[in-house]
Design a protein. Structure first.
Length: 231
């Protein structure tokens, strides 16, 4: 049975993304969203699938592996969680993209597995723009260096940058961090990183995606605004 709530919530998220894009003079079609399914049961994910969604994001490998097999094979899974090098081998072939690459050794592992499997995979570089100690991500200062390493890997296609701003109840407080990621993108282009490797800005979650879209997000990652609160 279709949960009317999910259908309505998806519509609302789409509407709000479009409105934010228009406010910023952007085309709504420039922004897509992935539905974040950590902690969400497969039956519930299936409802979102039946409502038309095809791109989902998971944070934990073990949890994701069990769920991926239970959902249709045309789902595009994104890995958005903290990634340890010893778990990287489970990613290629299951996920179309990793948003959370923060170190060269992780990229190197992904490259090795992709090469062995004869496939290519998209990655984004996660940047810790706020500099918070607890946050994942490469520092702003080290991002160019990481790009220069990762661009050497033939089976890994770097598509852009990702960030998570410090937690806050006030969506507006995320704006400076989203803007900083966009500025970093521009700086990297000026420093010679190919523009095609910087097309994506993965930023914005349920609490602040409208701000992220106003600041240039190309993909927002939405969990609770679609599935309700977790757990
Ligand atoms: C959980 C999570 C999200 C979604 O968060 P919501 O607030 O539920 O929308 C997005 N991105 C990452 C990296 C997450 O871990």
């Amino acid at each position: 049975m279709q949960d009317i709530n999910i259908v309505e919530r998806i519509k609302r998220v789409r509407r709000e993304i479009s409105a934010a894009a228009v406010r910023a003079g952007r085309k709504p079609g420039e922004v897509r969203f992935i539905a974040v399914t950590k902690g969400i049961q497969p039956a519930r994910i299936r409802e979102a699938y039946d409502a038309g969604l095809r791109e989902f994001g998971e944070n934990y490998i073990q949890e994701a592996i069990g769920k991926i097999d239970l959902l249709p094979s045309d789902v595009k899974w994104h890995f958005i969680g903290r990634l340890q090098t010893n778990k990287a081998k489970y990613i290629p072939g299951r996920f179309i993209a990793v948003h959370s690459v923060e170190r060269d050794d992780i990229a190197q592992q992904l490259q090795m597995v992709c090469e062995k499997k004869g496939i290519k995979m998209d990655i984004m570089i996660q940047v810790n723009v706020s500099g918070e100690k607890s946050k994942s991500g490469v520092t702003t200062e080290n991002t160019l260096n990481l790009f220069n390493n990762v661009l050497k890997y033939n089976n890994i296609v770097v598509s852009g940058l990702m960030t998570i701003p410090p937690y806050s109840d006030d969506a507006e407080s995320s704006r400076v961090y989203f803007r900083a990621l966009r500025n970093l993108r521009d700086d990297l282009v000026h420093a010679g990183v190919p523009e095609k490797c910087l097309g994506e800005l993965s930023m914005g979650m349920s609490g602040d995606f409208e701000i992220a879209v106003e600041e240039g997000a190309t993909v927002v990652r939405i969990g609770t605004a679609i599935f309700g609160s977790r757990g």
